[in-house]
Design a protein around this ligand. Sequence first.
Ligand SMILES: *[C@@H]1O[C@H](CO)[C@@H](O)[C@H](O)[C@H]1NC(C)=O
Ligand SMILES: *[C@@H]1O[C@H](CO)[C@@H](O)[C@H](O)[C@H]1NC(C)=O
Ligand SMILES: *[C@@H]1O[C@H](CO)[C@@H](O)[C@H](O)[C@H]1NC(C)=O
Ligand SMILES: *[C@@H]1O[C@H](CO)[C@@H](O)[C@H](O)[C@H]1NC(C)=O
Length: 452
Amino acid sequence: MIQLKSLLLLCSLFCSSHCITDVLLSPPDITNPTEAVTLYKGELDFVVKCEATGIPKPTYQWKRNNQDIPPSSYISYDANTGDLTFKGFSEREEGEYRCYASNVLEQTTAVSVSQPVTIKKYRFLRPDSNLATEPVSIKQYDYVKLFCKKDKLEVVAETINYNWYSKSNDQLQLDDGRLYIDQKGDLHINYAKTTDASDPFGIKCGLSGRSSANIVFGDAYNLYVTPVAQIQGQAPVLKWFSANVVAEVSHSARLECVFSGYDPLQPLPTITWTLDDGTVISTNQKYNVSSNGRSLIIYKLLEQDERNYYCKAKNNFGESDPHQVFLNVTSKPIFYENKAPRDVTVSQNKHVTIPCEARSASGETPPSPAFWYVNGRQTGQHTNQSKIDVKADSLTIRSAQKPDDILCVLCIVSNSNGEKMGEACVNVICGLTLETKVTLLEKNQSLPSMIL
Ligand SMILES: *[C@@H]1O[C@H](CO)[C@@H](O)[C@H](O)[C@H]1NC(C)=O
Ligand SMILES: *[C@@H]1O[C@H](CO)[C@@H](O)[C@H](O)[C@H]1NC(C)=O
Ligand SMILES: *[C@@H]1O[C@H](CO)[C@@H](O)[C@H](O)[C@H]1NC(C)=O
Ligand SMILES: *[C@@H]1O[C@H](CO)[C@@H](O)[C@H](O)[C@H]1NC(C)=O
């Protein structure tokens, strides 16, 4: 009897409401990819997946550089599975791909857009195989820097390893740090030895990626070393440092200083790194000072790591002045806490506001105002302004209706470092039913599971 009463109560509530209570709907929710990624593809044939949930089941489309993908034998996608298939992948198909997942809700279609998947052809090429050779003459004990001559190389990879090689392609030994390869691949010879000029001493820089089997070489040098009878000790002098190092938040950065200076008792100067307040930096979880001190790696960058660092070198003949090396820590726009678009479930007739408020890294130009998209289409003249109110940092949907306003909204903000995208899919449920049921059910049960 009591059950019948509640049923009648529920029914009267359902019937008085214009909300469609009998249809369970939910906008597409892309579960893969969920983060912006760059893929370097060496293989010819591969599949990139897109997966989404939603009721009814979503269908898929992929776009490349925001354009529809014309049918071809190289790229195709399956609207039902979301698989994007490449066959015979080459530079021609490189680009930024995004998946669109759609589901049809009565008259409208909710469209969710994925984070970008940037796809590049992984390659280590030297189209012209004739190596040029440049002669370089130096005196024994002199410092010399040789550039890694990579202009003729075409290299696209997530990481590049630099090494130097002899004419017969044997990897050069770094002789306890007398030779040093910096992050651009340039070779520093702290003090030349006559053996460096072993005849004919053609040396060159070689770049490799995932496998050391595939090395491409830059142009070579022939090194001539004039012997010197007697060497005076020399105090350290700064020869090179990494200027203008710019690195992104959460990545790592490498700062470098190379000093000349020869001391028969201690061939390489001792290099120390300090902060403004004179604190000496040593290797720990945050910092890595290389064995000869020429490189300082800073891990997991925070905005506070943007500051000056100082390197100085010492041997028995003297000590250099500290040299300032500035690290610029940048970032794509960063959403303020709780100000990124987020999926939301609202009751019928309620207003819903989607925030999109971001900043740049401290001291940098603020991001552009947000560009807004509703169901994958940029807002504009065609947007119903009495329904959707677009502002620079928020978008409001007035009096949400089921099912027409079940939709996905995305915003893109950008600064000099790139773009950041955020998306919110809005689900609309029948509020009245909800209130009734809340009294019948546990208070903290999650909302979407209550729509029946
Ligand atoms: C420091 O960096 C070098 C070179 O990248 C690496 O071989 C070494 O393992 C690092 N040391 C620590 C303690 O992380
Ligand atoms: C850091 O680099 C960014 C991007 O290249 C630039 O806009 C900014 O002015 C630099 N900041 C400093 C302090 O040099
Ligand atoms: C715009 O939205 C209002 C409020 O929902 C609605 O009454 C009106 O029909 C809509 N206009 C168009 C052209 O869709
Ligand atoms: C509420 O949620 C918590 C944690 O999920 C659970 O332990 C609890 O049983 C739920 N119900 C009530 C009435 O608190």
